[in-house]
Design a protein around this ligand. Sequence first.
Ligand SMILES: Nc1ncnc2c1ncn2[C@@H]1O[C@H](COP(=O)(O)OP(=O)(O)OP(=O)(O)O)[C@@H](O)[C@H]1O
Ligand SMILES: [Mg+2]
Length: 262
Amino acid sequence: MRDDVMLRVEGLNKVFDSGNRKVEALSDVSLEIRKSEFVMIVGPSGCGKTTLINIIGGLERATSGSVLLDGRQVSGPGADRGMVFQGYSLFPWLTVQKNVEFGLKMKKLPAAERRDIAAKYIELVGLKGFESALPKQLSGGMKQRVAIARTLANEPEILLMDEPFGALDAQTRVVMQELLADISRRTNTTILFITHDIDEAVLLGDRIYVMSRRPGRIREILTVELPEPRNHHCLVMAEFQQIKSHIMEMLWQESSDAAMDK
Ligand SMILES: Nc1ncnc2c1ncn2[C@@H]1O[C@H](COP(=O)(O)OP(=O)(O)OP(=O)(O)O)[C@@H](O)[C@H]1O
Ligand SMILES: [Mg+2]
């Protein structure tokens, strides 16, 4: 096994037990993410993707199996994992600047240092000039830029993203995908990104884990070799289409098998 693995998930199982009803969400899920890698997880709705990322983020406990970050067992939330969700989760009463500085303030960084770090990440996400705006004055894409800047400002070892662009319109989505591809390349951030959008998975991923329907298992691991930079031009390339149709085929099989089970 390569020794530059940053995040190692081993044999994860999750059963939700709500008294009279048991839901098996994940079954024997293992995955590895190397430093600076951009890894996507794609799978049908309800297959356990959010459960998986919540366990990695320490927000949820696995029934069995382990999550290791740099060889250390994950047992709860931590600043080493920065999470970005579909909802923007900004503080509505704080300006862009204060939202981005929030985690730094918690860490008791001096004001001048906080300002410098926040300015760097606000610029990185293309929001220079909007420092004093409130979230309600921003579009959905801009709010998600703030959320990304705020998470990156805490300098986590890995970024965990659960359908972060799911609420955005199609054009804004592509703009945000290109922005994230660019940030990942420029900052070498390690990213685990969950989506059910196959285009998004192929456009962004160095590797893609395809999950089965619930209970979620890893069905296949694909490596994507598209030219850099990853941007909307990639969407029409033959390699892109080939991987996309392969994943579509797999997911169709999953849903038709599910229909047969009914
Ligand atoms: N807290 C909970 N208690 C009981 N069951 C739960 C809980 N959270 C999730 N589940 C169940 O676990 C399964 C997986 O849910 P999860 O949200 O992880 O799926 P998902 O792949 O993220 O779906 P989507 O693509 O719709 O976001 C579902 O059947 C869901 O109902
Ligand atoms: Mg989900």
